[in-house]
Write a protein that binds this ligand. Structure first.
Ligand code: BES
Ligand code: ZN
Length: 846
């Protein structure tokens, strides 16, 4: 294995002057980079990737250079160590990988256009200019750009433009910052701007393929997020502006470049007149996430990528803290509990998962670190745990000190813990150590043993897992006072159960509030007590009960039949989060029912049993009088009613489709995907497919396009799915950034599974070339493992992926994928008969 060096140890850049001349037509870039810095020794190296270096001067004298492609390096021998000014001239190309400096492609009124943008995190700044491309190598930057400019074009960068001379745009010197945060963009852009209370200019920029009103929501959220953080962190936003730029082609979701945040359009622009609350929450939290990074990530940056979680986990928690503060009515923490929490608990239960903090050196491994379920969701959960432990006041005091101590510099996890420990008096680092350095999490078993209430912890696994005797420091959050705040030991007795129960007057519970990263398995005595009270619990506790039981069933600690019996108890709940949890479980029952079998007929009846009351109450069409819970519950219940072939639901959906068939994008967004999918499933023809695909190609509304994608891939005719797969490599129809969704939903359609699986095996190299550099490339491997459920598919998966096991960045995903499929195959073999029988019984009894 190659050892990767840190070039910052050899050369410390202080200031860069970047000049770029970009020719879009020829897709060529000529650059000149002047770097002033301190050479620690005469032999130094800078990063570069795919740059054709023409000349290098050190303090005005031409010197030799050596390209070391394996290390993305240019190696130099300077006349002497010490302060040096390097001037490097080079040429390179616009890439088509959504990394480095790259064009986005789009159309306005049938005319093809381009917008140039950048994406440098984690290691693509080196594709744009030679630099020490490491987060610790902070410097100031002067950017100057010339391009084949046309009338009416706009250029944006981290800092404001100071002058434009002979077609060269000059931007103000930046503050000290990391290379991965440098950004610019240019093309035909519309914009809306405003100013925060403290005088920061805020703007949203997008192409003219969008209606102007689509910019409003993002502008409002960005402005109020900045105002919120300035107050919460008690640290001013340090730049004159905060631009939000929507790029039609974007590999990640959004990127926190300092002063110029870039977004996938789906996460910035929305139609204020037809967007679901779910989508509004998503867009708002993405914006708040990137804005949080302007402090946590940009002002203070992790020292090295092993502490990436410090950036991402924190921003992931703050996006909820911020939006909950500025839009309390949206109850945005519900999204945390229904999406981040189960994602973390599910993935973190698979042996082979990474810990939140991971040592890394290889650039390919750095990109593979961005495991959303771990670095984002689990990491955020860790911080939520800390926040619950120390409270907001100490959190704010600690953060203020942390920013003051490390601003314009770098920090590690230990620096944050020490700031929070000082502010709170609690040794946060000691508690967090067990959570951040170890993969996985515990199941706490609560049992009455010889009359005593006994707790024990052990690692929870879904599928094969090797118990290594790991222990965690668990904030128990019990409703019984005799339970300690932290459980550090393997087992613990709380005392005589009968006495405790009598004193408390209610069932024993742990992890009240669901802030800690563990699940609970109660013994039969305790579980019966809980079930007796469950219908009176608040919605979050009910959700937690269902979620924990679902995990225990997947981990084979309880039978799925218990879930089958339990769901109807919650079926009439008006709560969106309870319904969401309920239908996640009901969907798992589909694992046991072969399509078009008698078992599936029974399962559909079970779906009707569970969903009919809520469907009858809510109907298909949103109403002005809807409570939040109604808005969020309807799509979930409607989808279930349609799966259950509830005749009224099918008719309602069809009638809606008919009413809107000339203006499909105006179908109410929350139920649009279900209405379209119903039409495809029940009345699908090739003409309908053509119509929907045409609408997909024409639209620039990301949320409408997603509804169409979800609907089209529900087709129940192979010819249509064949035609879908034939479009996978046609970027004019399906942008590479959107292929993931198409691939997954085709694969998840039983009729499309073989087609999509054949496609990916036959076109693996094309996929690598096209999106192989994406931070979430490995999600393709993950999606396949999420769908496969038979021994035959397991064998095929192994045959295809095992030879790729040693590819940097893929090893973990492939290993985990095999484990996931194996455990599902075993689960189905063990539970299928009993689960299907329980479903038939439940249906008969009703
Ligand atoms: N810094 C990341 C984006 C990123 C990560 C770019 C890795 C390149 C490599 C950004 O802050 C982020 O977390 N984006 C999320 C969206 C989000 C709000 C969770 C993403 O892209 O998925
Ligand atoms: Zn982030």
């Amino acid at each position: 294995m190659t050892a990767f060096e840190h070039f910052y140890q050899l050369f410390e850049p202080e200031h860069y002057q970047l000049f770029l001349d970009i020719d879009r037509a020829a897709k060529q870039i000529s650059g000149k980079t002047t770097i002033t810095g301190i050479a620690k020794q005469a032999t130094i190296a800078l990063h570069q990737k795919d740059l054709t270096i023409q000349s290098v001067q050190a303090d005005g004298v031409a010197i030799d250079f050596h390209i070391d492609a394996d290390q993305d390096a240019i190696r130099l021998t300077l006349p002497k160590a010490g302060k040096t000014t390097l001037v490097i001239t080079y040429q390179t190309n616009l890439t088509d990988t959504m990394m480095g400096i790259y064009p986005s492609y789009y159309e306005v009124d049938g005319v093809k256009k381009q917008l140039i943008g950048t994406q440098f995190e984690t290691n693509s700044a080196r594709q744009a200019f030679p630099c020490v491309d490491e987060p610790e190598a902070k410097a100031t930057f002067d950017l100057a750009i010339r391009f084949d400019e046309q009338e009416g074009e706009t250029i944006l960068a981290n800092m404001p433009e100071t002058k434009c001379v002979e077609g060269v745009h000059y931007f103000d010197t930046t503050v000290k910052m990391s290379t991965y945060l440098v950004a610019f963009g240019f093309g035909e852009l519309q914009s809306k701007t405003t100013t925060t209370k403290s005088g920061v200019k805020v703007g949203v920029f997008g192409t003219y393929a969008h209606a102007a009103k689509e910019l409003d929501f993002g502008l409002d959220i960005a402005k109020r997020s900045i105002e919120f953080y300035e107050d919460f962190f008690q640290t001013p936003y340090p730049l004159p502006h905060s631009w939000q730029l929507g790029l039609p082609d974007f590999s990640a979701g959004a990127m926190e470049n300092w002063g110029l945040i870039t977004y996938r359009e789906a996460y910035l622009l929305l139609d204020p007149d037809n967007t679901s609350l779910t989508t509004k929450r998503v867009v708002a939290t993405v914006i708040a996430h990137e804005v949080a990074h302007q402090w946590f990530g940009d002002l203070v940056t992790m020292k090295w990528w092993d502490d990436l979680w410090l950036n991402e986990s924190f921003a992931n928690m703050m996006e909820y803290v911020c939006i909950d503060a500025i839009e309390p009515e949206w109850h945005v923490w519900e999204s945390f509990h229904t999406s981040d929490v189960p994602a973390a608990l599910l993935r973190d239960a698979t042996d082979g998962v990474q810990s939140v903090h991971v040592a890394v050196e290889d650039p390919a491994e750095v990109d593979a670190l961005f495991d959303a379920a771990i670095v984002y969701a689990k990491g955020a959960r860790m911080l939520v745990m800390v926040r619950a432990l120390i409270g907001d006041e100490a959190l704010r005091t600690g953060l203020k000190a942390y920013f003051a101590a490390h601003q314009y510099g770098n920090a590690t996890g230990a620096d944050l813990w020490s700031a929070l420990a000082t502010a709170s008096g609690i040794d946060v680092g000691a508690v967090m150590h067990s959570w951040l350095e170890q993969p996985g999490y515990p199941v706490v078993k609560a049992a009455v043993v010889n009359g005593e209430l006994v707790l024990s912890q052990e690692q929870f696994f879904i599928g094969d897992g090797k118990d290594q005797g790991r222990l965690w420091q668990i904030p128990l959050a019990s409703n019984y006072a005799s339970a300690p705040e932290l459980m550090k030991e393997a087992t613990l007795s709380l005392g005589d159960y009968a006495t405790l129960r009598a004193e408390a007057g209610e069932a024993f519970r742990l992890n009240v509030g669901n802030n800690s990263h563990f699940i609970v398995q109660y013994d039969a005595t305790l579980w019966q007590e809980i079930l007796g009270e469950a219908t009176t619990f608040d919605a979050l506790s009910q959700l937690q009960l269902l979620q924990d039981l679902r995990l225990l069933a997947n981990g084979r600690k309880v039978s799925f039949t218990e879930l089958v019996a339990l769901l109807p108890e919650f079926a009439d709940s008006p709560s969106a989060i309870v319904n969401q949890a309920l239908y996640v479980i009901a969907e798992e029952f589909q694992l046991f029912a072969t399509p078009d079998s008698d078992e599936e007929t029974q399962l559909k009846a079970y779906y009707r049993l569970v969903s009919t009351a809520n469907y009858t109450r809510l109907g298909m069409t949103p109403k002005a009088t809807d409570a939040n819970d109604d808005q969020l519950t309807r799509p979930v219940v409607a989808k279930a009613a349609l799966f259950g072939e509830n005749a009224a639901a099918i008719a309602d959906a069809h009638n809606l489709f008919t009413a809107y068939q000339e203006k499909l994008s105006q179908l109410p967004a929350a139920i649009r995907a279900s209405v379209l999918a119903n039409e495809v499933k029940q009345y699908g023809t090739e003409a309908l497919f053509e119509k929907l695909l045409h609408a997909y190609r024409q639209s620039s509304d990301a949320s409408f396009k997603q509804s169409l994608q979800l609907a089209i891939t529900q087709a129940n005719e192979s010819v249509i799915l064949d035609a879908v797969v034939a479009k996978f490599q046609d970027a004019d129809t399906i942008k590479p950034q959107d292929l993931r969704g198409w691939f997954y939903s085709t694969l998840a359609n039983p009729l499309g599974e073989q087609l999509a699986w054949d496609w990916i095996r036959n076109n693996w190299q094309w996929l690598l070339d096209t999106v192989g550099g994406d931070m979430s490339f490995t999600s393709y491997i993950q999606m396949i493992a999420r769908v496969f459920r038979t021994p035959e598919r397991l064998a095929e998966y192994k045959e295809f992926f095992e030879p790729k096991l040693h590819t940097p960045g893929l090893t973990r995903e492939i290993t985990m994928g095999i484990n996931v499929i194996e455990s599902r195959v075993a689960l189905i073999a063990a539970e299928q008969t009993a689960t299907n029988a329980a479903i038939a019984t439940a249906v008969k009894r009703a």
